[in-house]
Write a protein that binds this ligand. Sequence first.
Ligand SMILES: Nc1nc2c(c(=O)[nH]1)N[C@H]1C(S)=C(S)[C@@H](COP(=O)(O)O)O[C@H]1N2
Ligand SMILES: [Mo]
Length: 509
Amino acid sequence: MRRPFRAALAGTVATLVLFGAADLIARAFGPPAAPLLALGQTIIPLAPTGLVKPVIDLFGTNDKLFLILTTGLGALVLGGLIGWLASQRLRLATALLCVAGLVPIIVILIRPESSVVDIIPTLIGLALGLAVFRLLMSFGTSRTETGTAPAAEPSRRRFFIITGIIGTAGAAAMAAGQTVAALTLDAGAAVAKLVLPKPATTAPPIPTSAHPDVKGLAPFLTDPKDFYRIDTALAPPVIDPQEWSLRIHGMVETEVTLTMDDLLGLPLDEHHITLTCVSNPVGGDLVGNATWLGYPVRELLRRANPNRDADMVLSHSIDGFSASTPIEALTDDRDSLLAVGMNGSPLPPEHGFPARLVVPGLYGFVSATKWVTELEVTRFDEKTAYWTDRGWDAKAPILVASRVEVPKPLAKVPAGDVSVAGTAWAQRSGIKRVDVKLDDGEWTSAELGDEVTIDTWRQWKTGFSDVDSGLHTVTVRAIDQDGNVQTPKRRKSIPNSATGHHHIQFSVE
Ligand SMILES: Nc1nc2c(c(=O)[nH]1)N[C@H]1C(S)=C(S)[C@@H](COP(=O)(O)O)O[C@H]1N2
Ligand SMILES: [Mo]
């Protein structure tokens, strides 16, 4: 076929069939077998942080959808280009299409969460895609090429009709396939099977005095559905608790393997712990407070008996993420947990179902591994974690921080008394004081809600009376129990968290 446009269309439709058919068949195999998910998933760690960060900032939690769409569109464009080439060099183009089809197969093979059988859907998809390509390219090869125009018309019609039908079928297969299913996964369904035992030690009830009664202030405990989500997974890995296990290995005397039944049979403790992301911008919402149910990591490590020279535990997730945690944070008396529950229910898939780590006082990227399957006892001078390899610090304790939640930025408030409230945290130390100032005034101490534990955030409120009408700024800073004052110095989050005082503007009418 010497018609570049139709050839390009043939290439695009063949690609759509490849991905659509593979994606549909992957429903029977699970997310690791879906080529589009596997490709998207592989691109994430390859993409430079400088590129990923703005996309995340721009698209928020829709970043995963954006990535999948871009990957899919990229594949279709590539298919079209190869098709276009086929109008000149059919054999070369067919070979290129085969090579391009091998890429997702190789990617699936090397992904940590997949097994060899997971390439079957893509192999079938590739075969179908190639067959479609040959079929569409064969249209009009004989007569149109000889240049008898009238004869070309019915063949042209037939080409577009058949291409339309096949393209629609490919798109329908994609819509019904594993990628869409994984991206729209119903959190409840995967989790419902797991029945958590009653805690051996329950967390203390939250006193009402922990939460100043100010409208617009975040609740003391974050609802799991409002809890921030940060990870490198396109779709949360689907893990059958019955197939899950945790292996403790590396510099240990005895390797330990724990199944879900083992874990649920142990006495589990409940603790309120505030989790924070190192990427949280000043005043941001990548922080949440939950009641976690789990088994002390300290006890698990004791069973394995780590070597004295070990200074780090590299926790690995099923999807290839890893976090480097100083071993003392997992063996000292803090409440580091191998958690299975969050606010009274099993972990939602996006928060690590069926098991994750929660370590008080350390940012999530060096401690809070979700979908955790391995604890590798090692040394900082021997191993590095996922984000360490991408320019972030290997160790990252949470810094004292605070934010204003009331009034909302640029809110218009009535004249008279203005109430101000927010949240502050300084895990491992506890919040001693929160200072607030209006415009360029003096710092005044806010009234603190009661401390639940040093590892949970502390909410605060204050007020200013007789505020003049017009635009005002309110600024907050926190001081921890060791006397560390939150620094006003602005810096970006890489390599170990943004700093600076949060301030917002509001106007009095
Ligand atoms: N498997 C896995 N675990 C992970 C991550 C990840 O990318 N993959 N991200 C970490 C980061 S950076 C943070 S801040 C916390 C966030 O936990 P959440 O999504 O439950 O709030 O999870 C940590 N655990
Ligand atoms: Mo994070």
